[in-house]
Design a protein around this ligand. Sequence first.
Ligand code: NAX
Length: 331
Amino acid sequence: ENKPIRVAVTGAAGQIGSVLCFFIAQGRMFGPYQKVILQLLELPAAEGPLKGLCLELQDGAYPLLAEIRPSTNAEEAFKDADVAVLVGAKPRGPGMERKDLLNENAKIFKVQGEALDKVAKKTVKVCVVGNPANTNALIASHYAPSIPKKNFSALTRLDQNRALSQLSDKLKTRVEDIKNVVIWGNHSLTQYPDVNHGEVIGADGKRIKIRQAVNDDNYLNDAFISRVQKRGGEIISVMKKSSAASAASAACDHVHDWWVGTKPGEFVSMAVISDNNKYGVANGIIYSFPVVCKNGEWQVVNGLNIDEFSKKKFKATEDELLEERKMALNI
Ligand code: NAX
């Protein structure tokens, strides 16, 4: 049980990665008793900051941090990894088109997919944070044919957490009393934050549907959705840099629930490989679904009722992912 878990983090010295490493060392990802080995990957240009991060992690004197291995070589960083959180990516530069961004990242995630395929455990659980996260996860998986496709995921948990915090604010209720609000599709402006299956626990302990509790469909179908979709931009406009700690926190939630399991009666959002045309979604893209996790495996929640409004939203984000796949992999 207390054999350390090997966690690879790429882009470790960046904004998100550096916070994430501290969260992992503190037990936010695997709980307060599970030891970890951090295998940190950076570009050679960031070797200094990576070294500094390692020194600071040492000085945290974290009982759960069994070992720290910094590297600028993907095969070294992914060696025998149980979990890989892929944060490092090429950011969008000035004048860069979406296609250029996809192509630049396709190169990175091809190399990393191949390295995972070669040296990571075949059971490795991969969580892609670096944007365009869904398609980057698909590319990594494409180039790692010996690792099951279900082991590749992308982060939409930050979007889910943003939705929860908006609703908790609106309802003046505790965030932990709101359940089963999920994100469908791409981690992008086309994502669909869906409250239709969500519930809130009232003061009397009864579960009430979110729609009933909020009692304002105009807000839920419009302002709420766009606030969540555009929250990343809102943060940039205020802070002049993109969200970091909240993204690191969401990555911990994502891997935690995948590894440890979701709570009974609750589901969470994970972008995972679409198959069997679940909810009418085209096969072979990394699409965010409501999932439950048990014994280290996710499963898409079955049988949710989907209305016409939602179906349109599903389609728009699916179309975008199909287009991204076409641009990045030409399939
Ligand atoms: P930073 O630019 O601060 O850090 C990225 C780090 O990755 C840098 O230190 C860089 O040297 C390193 N890196 C780049 N290419 C690499 C490679 N091939 N191998 C190893 N390391 C590499 O960006 P940060 O703010 O940390 O954001 C990282 C990524 O997360 C971005 O792509 C960003 O768009 C994405 N985000 C994704 C979110 C999500 O919910 N899925 C939300 C937050 C964030 O915007």
